[in-house]
Design a protein around this ligand. Sequence first.
Ligand SMILES: NC(=O)c1ccc[n+]([C@@H]2O[C@H](COP(=O)([O-])OP(=O)(O)OC[C@H]3O[C@@H](n4cnc5c(N)ncnc54)[C@H](O)[C@@H]3O)[C@@H](O)[C@H]2O)c1
Length: 251
Amino acid sequence: MSDGTLTGKVAIVTGAGGGIGRAYARGLAEAGASVVLADIAVAGARAAADDLRDDGFAAEAVEVDVTDEDSVAAMARAAADRFGSVDILVNNAALMAEIMGETLTTTSMDTWNRTLAVNLTGPLLCTRAVVPYMRERGHGKIVNQSSGGAFLPSGHYGLTKLGIVSMTMSLAKELARDGIRVNAIAPGWVNTEAGMRTVPPEVRQALGASIPFPFGDPEDLVGGLVFLCSEASDWVTGHTLNIDGGWIPRT
Ligand SMILES: NC(=O)c1ccc[n+]([C@@H]2O[C@H](COP(=O)([O-])OP(=O)(O)OC[C@H]3O[C@@H](n4cnc5c(N)ncnc54)[C@H](O)[C@@H]3O)[C@@H](O)[C@H]2O)c1
């Protein structure tokens, strides 16, 4: 998608060193945005930002822990210092493969608390950090990463991703007066390294048989993301968009 839809916009993508975040950052850059690639594992974000710059795009890597308010504030400041402000936030960072197999009744309180901190508190802190910049501009687009797992029994992972759906609706209402739209994407099974770890090969075939278009690539999410970040979706807010090959039928 190199159509210039987002020319002049500044975007932050969290978890941008991971499989989907990397594709999101590239998709936004190809649509014309300057992109800050933020990740706790900053080496991956740096490599992705280097790739983008090599291809002529405006990109910068930033180390962030989305659970830490000061770290998140520094990320937003870095975007504003480097590129002028923040127009777009993609709350993509989360724990997923790391916590698969954990059950609600047996997981340790440390894992439970860390999952809530990264997957729910993180997107909220990042949102709070960028809102002042967006408010100043009178517009903004926030896209939260949910999951098809939100709508099936998926332990504390699914619980956080359903929380993202709820947070998206509430933030959409709260931030409308500032011209900020807040939406979410609920991907199906995506072929990232983390996604592969989540679905072991022996489960993969059986799972795939029950989904109209099973298993997408990170790039399959990019069209929806660019839409939700562009003016074309200005009358869309509080919505969670399934991009999942028909995995979770939902009205
Ligand atoms: N891959 C799938 O099948 C799939 C399906 C549905 C939803 N998702 C969601 O998509 C997103 C990305 O998934 P992925 O497959 O690319 O996973 P991934 O593990 O490759 O990417 C997650 C990234 O988040 C980063 N991260 C973790 N904790 C962080 C923190 N405290 N601060 C900042 N960054 C942190 C990690 O370092 C990693 O780079 C996640 O929100 C995930 O829940 C993935």
